[in-house]
Design a protein around this ligand. Structure first.
Ligand code: PMP
Length: 407
């Protein structure tokens, strides 16, 4: 270097990070992604949908046609409100869970993860509290932490969490001078426990929140993945579309790689969410939205979804059978009626400190339960996903888990 400014010292990047960065959490699934790819490993960690059921030729043809007919438009910047026909189609999907809504209440997002982020960004100040199931979706903990929002858990049983306990918690927090903006819930085939909020509890939850002026953030990526298609509980949104903000997604009913989801909210909220979304992604992929609208609006979608649900049902049954066979005394698990996950409560008397490491040594990857609590408590539970593994892998994976737990 000659004559220029002195070479700057390497900046201490870490000390320059914003305070909220300390609350960023790596996903426990992504953290073990590389390990899960090793030969011979069985992964019951990731809640990936099965892409094998999709009619790939049909989808390839649709994509080619969209580009051939409307290439310049689809490859250009689009509207922050989403492509014209998608919100109407989303209203039809929401009607399958009993909701009556209109396109002016739908904000298309880059996946429901982005929806979760946008709603938290719009409503929560640092120090606000969100009440959520305990355990809860690990990706939601990452979002809440990044806005310096505290999470208060209310325990779940086989019917979800108890609205009376939720109301009590809100009242206690308020009495202590805290601000609770919303209750976050995954009412259908909960991630991570697999349980479903009963209909009676849905009605009470909406009532206790409405009485208190607290919103409900209903995160519902699995609602159409129930094993019993005849009986679908009403979405919380269908019970009270003013109190409830609904997050939906094409990830589990079509393809997560497209990154297309939505938020349903009253128009004043939707309009603000659009502005917030435009500041981050401008808009979700136009091609992705076009393909979602084309495919989910076609006669191909429903049969492929039915095939997927059939597959998840058999895999769930395989997992239940394998757990019966291989789990030692003292282990209990949930019996999901849909979705991707079951949750195991382990023998509290045993030491599960290095469970993940021991499982990896036995050729198995899973999500330790502590990751699904805001306080990252010690592992006395774990999440198993049956959505992405074959029945043989499930049987062998659970057999290995039995070995791990027996030490
Ligand atoms: N919420 C829940 C409860 C989930 O399980 C997931 C995906 N694992 C998401 C949100 C994020 O989904 P998306 O692909 O729509 O962003």
């Amino acid at each position: 270097m000659s004559g220029g400014a002195a070479v700057a010292r390497w900046p201490d990047h870490v000390s320059l990070f914003a305070r909220r960065s300390g609350e960023f959490r790596p996903s426990p699934v992504r953290a073990v992604f590389e390990i899960a790819m090793r030969p011979g490993m069985i992964s019951l960690a990731g809640g990936n949908p099965d892409m094998g059921v999709l009619p790939h030729d049909v989808i390839a043809g649709m994509t080619a046609r969209i580009l051939a007919e409307r290439g310049p438009e689809v490859l250009q910047y689009g509207s922050g409100a989403g492509i014209g026909r998608l919100p109407g189609l989303i209203c039809e999907l929401m009607a399958l869970e009993g909701a009556e809504t209109t396109p002016d209440r739908i904000q298309v997002t880059a996946g429901s993860q982005a929806g979760l982020d946008l709603v938290t960004k719009l409503f929560c100040n640092p120090g606000d509290v969100v009440v959520a199931e305990g355990p809860t979706y690990v990706g939601a903990l990452g979002v809440f932490g990044s806005y310096e929002v505290e999470v208060q858990h209310v325990d779940v049983d086989e019917d979800g969490f108890d609205p009376g306990a939720v109301a009590e918690r809100i009242d206690e927090l308020r009495a202590a001078g805290r601000t609770v903006k919303f209750v976050y819930t995954v009412p259908n085939f909960h991630n991570p426990t697999g349980v479903t909020l009963s209909e009676e509890r849905r009605r009470r939850l909406v009532a206790v929140c409405a009485e208190r002026g607290v919103l409900i953030l209903e995160d519902d990526p699995y609602g159409l993945l129930g094993f019993d298609r005849e009986h679908r509980p009403p979405s919380l949104y269908s019970l009270d579309p003013a109190t409830v903000i609904h997050l939906g997604s094409f990830s589990k009913i079509f393809a997560p790689g497209l990154r297309i989801g939505w938020i349903a909210a009253v128009p004043v909220v939707r309009a603000r969410l659009q502005i917030a979304a435009e500041a981050v992604t401008i808009h979700p992929s136009v091609l992705g939205q076009e393909l979602a609208a084309e495919y989910v609006g076609s006669e191909h979608w429903r049969p492929a979804l039915d095939r997927a649900v059939e597959r998840y049902r058999s895999r769930c049954a395989a997992m239940m059978g394998a757990l019966e066979e291989h789990m030692p005394e003292g282990v209990r698990w949930t019996r999901p009626a849909g979705g991707f996950f079951t949750w195991l409560d382990l023998d509290p008397a045993a030491d599960h400190e290095d469970l993940l490491d021991r499982a990896v040594r036995h050729g198995l990857v899973l999500v330790p339960g502590g990751a699904c609590y805001a306080d990252g408590r010690p592992t006395t539970s774990l999440r198993l996903a049956y959505s992405a593994a074959s029945e043989q892998e499930i049987a062998e994976g659970v057999r290995r888990l039995g070995e791990v737990l027996r030490g």
